[in-house]
Structure formats: structure tokens, C-alpha cells
Design a protein around this ligand. Sequence first.
Ligand code: KIV
Length: 303
Amino acid sequence: MTNSTPDTETTVAASANSTQYGSLPNAAASPRRRPMSLPRLQDMRERGEKIAMITAYDATYAAVADHAGMDCILVGDSLGMVCQGLHSTVGVTLETMRYHTESVTRGIRRVQGSVWVVADMPFGSYQESPEQALRCATVLMQAGAHMVKLEGGGWTTATVAFLVARGIPVCGHLGLTPQTVHALGGYRVQGRADNAAVLKQQAIDLANAGATMMVLEMVPVGLSAEITQAMPNCHTIGIGAGNGTAGQVLVMHDMLGINLGKNAKFVRNFMDGAKGVRDAMVRYVAAVKDNSFPQNDVHAWAD
Ligand code: KIV
């Protein structure tokens, strides 16, 4: 019989050291981070620590993001474009969102399970009534989400209050709302001139209804900073909204420099100079925290 022990040991040692492609240590070997929660997000806000969020759609990338120190993961309906090849997010279904939310939450449990997971309510899953929104939000919460996100202001305020009263944390989404891109006439900056006051009031109404997080997408720098100041208990997460928000989000494929179209102005490719995907995410988290990303004059729009 041949002595196979040395080979086996070598193989195990080699794979344990093999981080070239971003292999992650298992949960037991990972540094412990306290799980993110609403009180911890509030605490970060009060201390002025910025919130770093990225989108993720599958178990492995979600685990890498968790391991890289991300505070929040958004299972965004942008998956319609980056995973499914759709032209917009309008065609994404609740079943698809459930599938990806489950994949992400399984993945983060394999590493640490520290990040706060927000899942997008897809188009058509909350427009009908607050009761419909509750049924659909339940599907995503049961898939492991900690919070659901829905787009728009005004009529959504009652729905947000309905969900929050029933124990579901809610993130709003104002400015450029991709599910209504056809009504908005394209992917354009929102909240300029007369619309600025309307957008600010919608944000405050959503926060008063109980929303504890709010994505501000393609909103001018001054307005997004003003909204942020006005809502100390609702944490604004900017994308193309300047650096005066409580945190930032980017679509993962954009920040890794891989997408099927033209990069938006608000994107930075964090793979530039990075050793790998995890390193790019570590750099993104650091840049959000030290406020070096985004730069108002490069990645955002003036009022
Ligand atoms: O679906 C998504 O990825 C989003 C972000 C662009 C904020 O909503």
C-alpha cells in the first residue's frame, strides 16, 4: 500500500492557503463581527460612521461581501439586468426575488452572517394594496431578508406604515426609481427645481411612516444632504447622490468593472489596483467609510 498521508496533507495545506481566487475560510475561522441590526445602524449614524452597502444575488458573492466587512447587502431587482439580461427591472418577479434572497442568506450564513440583508419588492408586488404588499413582503422575509425595499413616494407612505406596524422593517427608494423608468422618461437625475421640495417632503413622510432606511438614487448633492439632515432616524443610502448621505450603495457588477453597457457617472471600478474581488470590496468599504467615495464633483450632480 502506498503512503498517501503526505500528499493528502499537502493538498489540504495548499487549499487552505489558496486565496488567489478569493477562497474564504469557513465560519469558524472567520473573525467574528456582531450581526448588523437596526439599533447598530442607528448607532453608526449617531457616531457618523458611513454605511457601506452593495448588491449581491448569489451565495458566494454575498459571502465574500460579508467577509469583506460590508454592513448591508441589497438583493436588488437590478438582478433582472445583471443576471437575467432584461432591459429594465420591470420584468422581475416575486419568485425570482425569493430565489435570490434565499441564495444570498444561505451564503452569508456559511461565513459569518453579519450583514443586514435588504430585499427589493419587485414591480407589481406592492402597488395593488397594503395587504398585497404584506403578503409579498412575507415571502421575502421568510427567504431570510431583514428588511424590504419599495420604490416611490406619496401613495407608498400608507403601505410603508402598514408594513412597519406589522413588524417588517422598510427601506424607501426615491429619486430615480428604475421600476417606473418608462413613466420618468429615462434614467435621469430627479429632484431638480420644483421637484426638489416634493421629493424632500415624500422622504420625510416615508420616514414619519416608519421607514428606517432610504435609497436616494440620482438626486442632486445638496438636496440629498438636506434630506439626510432632516431624517436622523432614517438612514439615506446614496447612489449618484453625493457624499452627504448616511451611506452608499453600488451594484456589485458595476463596482467590479463588469457590466453589459456603459458605466453610469456614479460608478467607480474598485477592481482597479485590487488583488481580487474580496480586496475590491474591502477597498469599497474603506472608501465609503472615509468618505473618499463618492466625490461630489465626479460621481454626482449639482442641484
Ligand atoms: O436594484 C438595485 O440594485 C437598486 C440599487 C440601484 C439601489 O435598487
